[in-house]
Structure formats: C-alpha cells, structure tokens
Design a protein around this ligand. Structure first.
Ligand code: ZN
Length: 70
C-alpha cells in the first residue's frame, strides 16, 4: 500500500509531505502507525532539519499524520 506522510515539524516549522510504499499485508493502518512510533530503528525525521519526529508517541501523533492510498 502507499502511505502518505504529512509532516508538521515543531522544531523548524516546516510542513512537508512525502509518500512511500510499504508491504504489511496483515496490518491495519492503526497497527502500522503504532509500529512506526514504537520501532526505534525506524526514525522518522523532518526532511528539512532532520529533527526526529517519533521519539515519543505524543511527538509522533502531533507531528506526523499518515494517510493510506489504495
Ligand atoms: Zn524540521
């Protein structure tokens, strides 16, 4: 599936968007989101300032919004 990340960085204020294709055949979007903020090996960073956006669930939820496309 294709995931689109809307990133609103609280560190530098940049609003960015990018898309990625992932293959998690058994996971729902909620489970993917949960995995992304829990998985410390998968740092989500602001593409402008490289500030890490998922060091906590609260930071993740307030700065990263994921939408799924078919
Ligand atoms: Zn930033």
């Amino acid at each position: 599936m294709k995931l689109t990340y809307d990133i609103e960085c609280r560190h530098c204020g940049a609003h960015t968007r990018h898309s990625t294709t992932v293959y998690y055949p058994t996971l729902s979007i909620e489970q993917i989101e949960a995995r992304m903020h829990i998985d410390t090996e998968c740092a989500i960073r602001c593409p402008v300032c490289r500030y890490r956006l998922n060091s906590s669930e609260e930071e993740f939820r307030s700065q990263v919004h994921i939408t799924r496309e078919a």
